[in-house]
Design a protein around this ligand. Sequence first.
Ligand code: ADP
Ligand code: F6P
Length: 331
Amino acid sequence: MTNLEEEMENKSGIKKIAVLTSGGDAPGMNAAIRAIVRSGIDAGLEVYGIDDGYKGLIEGKFHLMDRMSVSETINRGGTILGSARCKEFKNLEVQQKAVEKFRELGVDALVTIGGDGTYQGALKLTRLGVNCIGVPATIDNDIASTEYSIGFHTAVNTAVDAIDKIRDTSNSHRRCSVVEVMGRYCGDIAYAAALATGADYVITADIGFNMEQIIKIVKKCQKQNRRHILIIVTEHITDTSDLARQVEIHTGYESRATVLGHMQRGGTPVWYDRNLASRLGTKAVECLLNGEGGKCVGIFNNEIKVFPIEEALKMKKNIFEGYPELTEKLS
Ligand code: ADP
Ligand code: F6P
């Protein structure tokens, strides 16, 4: 027996598992589904896909998957299973209804692919007797139990590509571009994209919004006779169009706002997200085969780790420490 086969030995006695994707979709979710389906089948399990996240789960939308049902998906963005935001799933009675669906179909355990909201659902189901393992997938990178979540690298690349294009036109017209990126309340996309695009200033929830500081930076760039000025801001902090207007009013430097929006969630996953998804998906199945539940998988220093979800939800991380200072220093 090879090491890999030993790892995938079924110590739990489970026979049927399911997989769902939930919350905002992220590039690489399909690679994770593929890894779960194929490593599950290799271990002798039946693997069911559930459509549309927890919403599909309570509606009983289970379907048996085979190796071929995930072929030609490793390179595709979005999620072949569909996703949904299902508020009702926070109610105990709805969670109990979901458990009944598992019992009816004889499905023993579940892999949930999503963000921290999805982890909460997985924890509740585990407490009700269905072992669940969470796989981190969200462009926001706001899950502290992994350095990187599936989809983050692709989203940053998409944002960088778009910002490079904005820079071409901004430079031609001697303008200040204010670009809003996603991230919900997490600044990681902004931090990574700002350093990679040579931005002049980055605004995130951690840094806070300081109009005086922004005006000071723009005036400094004006003094240097810059052809373009670039400010990157995380969503939900301010009205980005108004920010661009204020910059123009207070400095006289022509300014434009761009909100990148959902384009950051789509597109072909980059190699990192595909590889991460393949490794984390496989590890999630291994955990279920070991009889584990209420846990989530993550990556630190290129090593795959497993944490209890309860602990994961309390963890804090700051992997972009020093990035805003370096961005400003190099601008
Ligand atoms: P993400 O998983 O990316 O954080 P959401 O916050 O939208 O995305 O959560 C995804 C889904 O997880 C929600 O639509 C809901 O069905 C479920 N969920 C979120 N919070 C809870 C909770 N406290 N208890 C049970 N289920 C939850
Ligand atoms: O969580 C991913 C994300 O794209 C966030 O960056 C953003 O705030 C949110 O989802 C947008 O959600 P919706 O697709 O429901 O508009």
